[in-house]
Design a protein around this ligand. Sequence first.
Ligand code: 0RA
Length: 681
Amino acid sequence: MPKEPKKTKAGSYGAEQIMVLEGLDPVRKRPGMYIGSTGPDGLHHLIWEVVDNSFDEVMASHAKEITVALNPDGSITVKDDGRGIPVDIHKQFKVSALELVMTRLHAGGKFGAADSGYKVSGGLHGVGVSVVNALSEWLEVVVERDGGMYSQRYERGVAKTKVKQIGKSRNNGTTITFMPDTTVFTTLDFEMKRILEHLRQQCYLTKGVRLMVVDKRTPPDRAYGFYFEGGIVSYVSHLNHSKHAKHETVFYVEKAVDAASVEVALQYTEDYAESLYAFTNNIFNPEGGSHVMGFRAAITRVLNVYARNKGILKEKDDNLSGDDVREGLTVVISIKIPEPQFEGQTKAKLGNPEVRGYVETVVNEALATYLEEHPSDATAILGKCILAQRARAAARAARDTVLRKGALEGFTLPGKLADCSTRDTEVSEIYIVEGDSAGGSAKQGRDREFQAILPLRGKILNVERARLDKMLGNNEIKSLVIAFGTNIGEMFDISKLRYNRIIIMTDADVDGAHIRTLLLTLFYRYFPQLILEGHVFIAQPPLFRVAKGKDVRYAFSDAERDAIVAEFLKMKEDASKVKKSAAKDEAPEEEATETTASTDESGGEVTKVGGVSIQRYKGLGEMNPDQLWETTMNPANRVMKLVTIDDAQSADETFDILMGSDVAPRKKFIQTHAKQANLDV
Ligand code: 0RA
């Protein structure tokens, strides 16, 4: 039974308010339950968990600055200037509150206690910093509070020292340094790009926070700072920076309703697609939920009322539809509520029904005022919506013929699709392959019982800048939609999906990366459900074939290639040693140890190092059908990457910059990311 300490009188926060539930054994037994995984996602989650607590201090107006450092020894330091974790002795447990917070699951004043000073906090979703402690080889915390500086050290969640005063301090704050436990995580590689992306987003959501990230792993140190005075207004501007805005002033509202706070920022662009980012307590909700429903209802209503009042819509005109007011809209919705309930596959859809009304009311009122106060912005926005309405009506006829009158329906599967034999959609798979030559290898290499191959010729359309009717005029896209069987747009029906797995298989070069990006963007925009329900994968073909005689291995990275080559060379050395000791007087065979490069029959580049041949695959076409099957398509051997909505979304953002209509940001992006550009998914 969880023990609950006695309630204290109202007033200052004391150790007594901390509820103690249980120790950390469950965390070490089943880390995945607490941080999702023990791979890269889980590893990075450790940082998010600690930083969330610091953000809570900022949101409660107790802190202004956060610093995250990646240290040379592989540990991470997170420092904030908040109140500092309380260090006083807990009356019931006779240990420091700090030790309870760090060594007990759910210990802390943030869970449900209305009088704890944490009415609304991002950390509500967090599992607590004790989880990070449990999964760290060691962790050291320094608290500055009440004039003193205190510290404690733990190993794998167990206190190794008492809470000691180590000095005096006139500041307040918490500094946590932790070393992730090698025996728990499959990788200890922190990725700067991922850290910066996540923290940048969190900073947009927490107006006024100053956050520094310092990479001290290899000299010289590199520091990155985020400070967004405008909060989500800055976020909207950032999202639109490579697009053309339709109007100048970003709409913004922030309002408290009951125990909730609602914040919305939006701006229209000349694009066709909508970019909507919804958050609850700073958690991204890719599937939307009640806040998004409230927002959509409000914006549709307000724009229609305004258009009628100003005579922009005449009596005979139809109302603007939800789709009409979404075209080209960039919007960030951020709400904070005490007890969020999430639903859906990824637990990323907000459930709380009361929130719909909160958001609807706030946006109704504030957007109507904005339109009155910013008449030129209002004219531009309504102009865009009316245009969308007309274009949509005109397109409808064209689309109807494509969508409804058969072209997409049913029996006319594309000629280039090599379908599988089975009709069991639980096991069937479709490989989307770049080009006819790779398509040929894949067709010959596949297991035709359950694997279908669809080769794409040439580039698919940039869906970002085309309406549905134009998209469906594109043969590659039409083939995809027909092959999937799901239809698209309003007619989309996931129950008609003809394959359980949709696997994107492209070359490991820039063109391949581009096609992959285009496909991910298409999926993200038009088939998000396929991603959310885990149907979309990226094949991982090997980059190298390393062979010594009949012993053939495949490598998926440079490091793996080097390891295999080293192993082969060592084996050879060992073999020749054995030979030498068996027949001492026999002269050892002469072996060529110099490196030679040549080109093999299929055009691939082959390098030879001391009898080991290394073939670099530049394209799938260079692999013969057997090799492709063995390495990339055989379910027994292959490794595939499951596409998450985050992957698809960031593909889309990268894509925006690469393909956007502005040349300047595009140039900048390509220059700064030239090295990664070909590997980014
Ligand atoms: C429990 C209670 C209080 C603050 C914190 C924890 C706290 C935790 C972390 C983790 C990183 N930085 C942090 N800052 C604060 C409330 C303290 C009070 O009322 O004085």
